[in-house]
Structure formats: structure tokens, C-alpha cells
Design a protein around this ligand. Structure first.
Ligand SMILES: NC(=O)C1=CN([C@@H]2O[C@H](COP(=O)(O)OP(=O)(O)OC[C@H]3O[C@@H](n4cnc5c(N)ncnc54)[C@H](O)[C@@H]3O)[C@@H](O)[C@H]2O)C=CC1
Ligand SMILES: O=C(O)CCC(=O)C(=O)O
Length: 303
């Protein structure tokens, strides 16, 4: 009998389907220090972003049964993939399931910032009526610079274009063949041309933050930035500086350098719209993630 650990939660239907396949399913979150030892008795583990399967965890598991790590999500930056593979453990993710949900959240942050929805929700609770202060901006006709035109970037671009925005993009692979509806620019040019910038790239630890002090300096005066990718893609200290100087008019942030974030200066900044890493947290995305997880396990163990 195969034994699977669901460490950070999985949609109910998917758990039931795994049990129907004759799998022993344990739903339990382990503290980081206990995780490696615990993994020894499982054939597979399913995680979201809360559990980190790094070298230290994998070293404790060595000699155990683990053969498969599934990231119920896209980013595998919380897994030491190379080290896992070197030790005969396969790593899989569910890359398509949450693209629409993340794109919708990015668009939601654009609207929140453009029309002061974020800060109105705070100030009105204090009895304030800032009608004269909150003169917003239409997004129709504005330029959205999408950084990373992959699955989520494209879903975001499609929605922004449908709302009347002019979409341009940068992707480190260069101009993408077959993409004719959006113009490609180098990052520097995109930063200078965009009214709104939405980031949809993975975090590359070797590269460090993609958007820091220099990149903020290249942006239009009063640009808006949306980060639904990974916290460390943006240098939070440089972002705060840009918000305080007025260079950046607003930031929509779903992901943080440290999670849960303790950067209350950023979170409570009046020009910021925040969500607690909920890009993939919709019923639809989680259902699709559950389906993909079941399929991966079925295929991997020939069930
Ligand atoms: N907020 C949330 O809950 C979620 C966040 N994410 C984040 O979104 C990221 C993107 O996801 P997908 O669109 O599915 O990935 P994807 O792999 O389909 O697209 C990423 C695109 O970015 C490009 N790229 C990579 N590094 C780059 C760089 N340094 N500069 C410019 N372009 C670069 C790639 O060529 C690719 O076209 C994930 O890596 C993850 O970090 C993903 C799901 C949920
Ligand atoms: O599991 C989550 O909620 C995080 C989603 C995410 O960031 C991803 O799939 O890369």
C-alpha cells in the first residue's frame, strides 16, 4: 500500500480519490525540523508553499521511502530540486491549474490601486469620507508592461487587453514566436514605457531581485507595480523608497520577501494593496490542482 503525506492541504475530492485508489493518505503539517524524519515513511509528499523541502530536510530523509515530491502549485523554489533528483526523488508540479486565478488577482490589484479601493477600505472604517482625495485613473488606454509572458503573464495580458489597456512585454527568452498582439521591449524600455508593470517570473536566487533601486529609477514617474510572482523578485526596501518618493504611485503585492511578512511598513503603506499570497487560492484553481495531483500520483505509481 502506497503512503502519501499531504503536508499543506489538498482539496477534499482529491484526497477522497487518492483513498479510493487504495492509498493511505495522511493529512498533517510538520514543522520544518520534523519534516525530513517524517518523510522517511512516505512514498510521496504533496506540498504547497508552507513546507520547504531543502537539502537539510532531504538529508534527514535519506534511506527512507520517498520517491515523489509534488508541489501543488507552480513555483518549486521551496524545493531543492537538483538535490532531490540527485537522490532519486522525482519532483513534479501542477503548472497550468492556477494561471487564470493569479491573472485575475493581478488585475484586481490594478483596479484596487487605480481607484483607491485598497485605502478606501481602510479609511472608511475610521469614518473618513475622502471623496475629493481619491481621484483615480482609468486603466483604459494605459500601458501595461508584463514581465514574463508565460502562462500567467499571458492570461494577465489577455484580460488587460480586453479592458482596453495597451500591453507590452519583456521576457528573458526574447521576442516570443507567434506572439504578435503585444509588442516586445527590453526590460529597461518596458520600465520606461509602462504605466502599470505586472511581474510574472520565477525568482532566481542566483540573479537576486529583478526589480531594485536601478529599475525603479528607470520607471515612469507615478508608475504602478504589481507583484503576484515571488516576493524576492522585488527589493522591498527599494520599493518602499520608490513609494515614499512618489516615483511609484502604487504597488499591488501578493508575495513577500519573507512569508508570513513582518514588513508592516510596506503592508500598511497607503499606496499599497496587499493580499497574503492567495494568487492560487480559489476553489477553481485548487480543484484543478487536486485533479492534477491525483493524475500525477496515478501515473507515477501505475495505479
Ligand atoms: N501568487 C501566487 O499565488 C502564484 C505565483 N506564481 C508565480 O508566478 C510565476 C510564473 O508562473 P507561470 O506563468 O506559470 O510560469 P511560466 O514558466 O509559464 O512563465 C514564466 C515566464 O517568465 C520568463 N522568465 C523567467 N525568468 C525571467 C526573468 N528573469 N526575466 C524575464 N522573464 C523571465 C520565462 O521565459 C517564462 O516565459 C511562478 O514562477 C511563481 O513564482 C505562480 C502561481 C501562483
Ligand atoms: O500554494 C500556494 O498557495 C502558492 C501558490 C504559488 O505561489 C505557486 O503555485 O507557485
Amino acid at each position: 500500500m502506497k503512503k502519501v503525506l499531504i503536508a499543506d492541504g489538498l482539496q477534499k475530492n482529491a484526497v477522497e480519490q487518492l483513498k479510493d485508489l487504495g492509498i493511505e493518505v495522511i493529512e498533517r503539517h510538520f514543522e520544518q525540523e520534523e519534516l525530513g524524519e517524517a518523510l522517511k515513511e512516505f512514498d510521496a509528499v504533496v506540498i504547497r508553499s508552507a513546507s520547504k523541502i531543502n537539502k537539510a530536510v532531504l538529508d534527514k530523509e535519506l534511506g527512507g521511502k520517498l520517491k515523489l515530491i509534488i508541489r501543488g502549485g507552480v513555483g518549486v523554489d521551496n524545493i531543492d530540486v537538483d538535490y532531490a533528483v540527485k537522490n532519486g526523488i522525482i519532483v513534479k508540479n501542477t503548472p497550468n491549474a492556477s494561471s487564470v486565478s493569479v491573472a485575475e488577482l493581478a488585475i484586481a490589484h490594478i483596479f484596487a490601486l487605480a481607484r483607491f479601493i485598497n485605502i478606501s477600505n481602510v479609511t472608511m472604517r475610521d469614518g473618513k469620507w475622502n471623496k475629493k482625495k481619491y481621484v483615480g485613473t482609468e486603466i483604459t488606454g494605459k500601458t501595461l508592461g508584463v514581465v514574463g509572458l508565460g502562462r500567467i503573464g499571458r492570461e494577465t495580458a489577455k484580460r488587460a487587453a480586453a479592458l482596453g489597456m495597451k500591453v507590452i512585454y519583456f521576457d528573458f527568452i526574447g521576442e516570443i514566436p507567434g506572439v504578435s498582439e503585444y509588442e516586445y521591449y527590453k526590460l529597461d524600455e518596458l520600465l520606461a514605457k509602462s504605466d502599470f508593470i505586472s511581474l510574472h517570473v520565477p525568482y532566481d536566487a542566483k540573479q537576486g531581485s529583478l526589480i531594485g533601486k536601478e529599475e525603479f529609477a528607470k520607471m515612469k514617474e507615478g508608475a504602478y507595480i504589481i507583484n503576484c510572482a515571488r516576493g524576492k523578485v522585488v527589493d522591498e526596501a527599494a520599493l518602499l523608497e520608490a513609494l515614499n518618493s512618489g516615483k511609484v504611485a502604487g504597488a499591488g503585492i501578493d508575495v513577500f520577501e519573507q512569508e508570513p511578512t513582518q514588513n508592516l511598513e510596506l503592508v500598511s503603506h497607503p499606496k499599497v494593496s496587499v493580499t497574503p499570497h492567495i494568487g492560487a487560492s480559489t476553489n477553481e484553481a485548487q480543484e484543478k490542482i487536486g485533479e492534477e495531483v491525483v493524475n500525477i500520483i496515478k501515473e507515477f505509481f501505475n495505479l
